[in-house]
Design a protein around this ligand. Structure first.
Ligand code: NAD
Length: 248
């Protein structure tokens, strides 16, 4: 099917050891993709599977990316799609005023959430350029469109991901590479349950045009489409997947 990831597609998913990334990886693997997850932590429980290879990598680190791409090439010979999903999210702790965020916290969030995405695209680019094809999907956040307060470093880092997506898309289209972003709404994962109280989660679900909790499964088919052959004329876009809270 041209609108879903083709069997055998080699997809590298960062932050795939848990949460949304683990769900995406399982979905893509179930469609026949050869999935490689890269994370600073080991996969939890059912996140790993026979069609999923896990590698240790820190997306904020340039040399880590070199080793990661070399390892994927060694194993599979090509890299068809990169899903830049890793971010500091669960580790952010409680939301707080922008005046209370420290310079160290700001720099760490930017290093992982923004620099990590840029480094990832930079690391796979020579491979995708040589192949004459490639798909990049950057996971942003609808907090950018909503202007969510008390989350300034995170929203700024994700706004930069959307800007990077547009800028790089223009540079690589002629190489057969598309670069798109997905801006998810609040997805019910361990991370969101740790960061938000149940009333906030229920109120968020109620605000949606499709008024129900959002699950990782709501994102996975969209990622699959953006990694597929059928999405080849879509690039530089940010698809908001939030059940209809924010309209762009
Ligand atoms: N959960 C939500 O409601 C929500 C909403 C919008 C966007 N997002 C985005 O979706 C993505 C996944 O979110 P999640 O809810 O699964 O969060 P999470 O915190 O549960 O998972 C993030 C993953 O990234 C990994 N990671 C962190 N730093 C890393 C690094 N330096 N190198 C490699 N891996 C690293 C973590 O170990 C973890 O496995 C993130 O980009 C997040 O910003 C989440």
């Amino acid at each position: 099917m041209r609108g879903s990831v083709a069997p055998g597609t080699v997809v590298l998913v960062t932050g795939g050891a848990r949460g949304i990334g683990a769900g995406l990886s399982r979905y893509l693997a179930a469609q026949g993709a050869a999935v490689v997850t890269a994370d600073v932590v080991e996969p939890a429980g059912d996140a790993a599977g026979p069609d999923i290879t896990h590698l240790q990598a820190d997306v904020s680190d340039e040399s880590s990316w070199r080793q990661l791409v070399a390892a994927v090439l060694d194993r599979h010979g090509h890299v068809d799609a990169l899903v830049n999903n890793a971010a500091i999210y669960q580790g952010l702790g409680a939301k707080r005023p922008f005046t209370d965020i420290t310079v160290e916290e700001w720099d760490r969030v930017m290093a992982v959430n923004t620099r990590g995405v840029w480094l990832g695209m930079r690391a796979v680019h020579p491979v995708m350029q040589a192949q004459g094809r490639g798909r990049v999907v950057n996971i942003a956040s609808s907090t950018v469109h909503m202007g969510v307060p008390y989350f300034a470093h995170y929203t700024a880092s994700k706004g930069a991901v959307i800007a990077l997506t547009r800028s790089v898309a223009r540079e690589v289209g002629r190489d057969g590479i598309t670069v798109n972003a997905i801006a998810p709404g609040l997805v019910e994962t361990d991370a969101t349950r740790a960061l938000n109280d149940p009333d906030y989660l229920a109120a968020s679900a109620g605000r949606r045009a499709v008024p129900r909790p959002m699950e990782p499964g709501d994102l996975a088919p969209v990622v699959s489409f953006l990694c597929s052959e059928g999405s080849g004329f879509i690039t530089g876009q940010t698809l908001i997947v939030d059940g209809g809270v924010t309209f762009s």
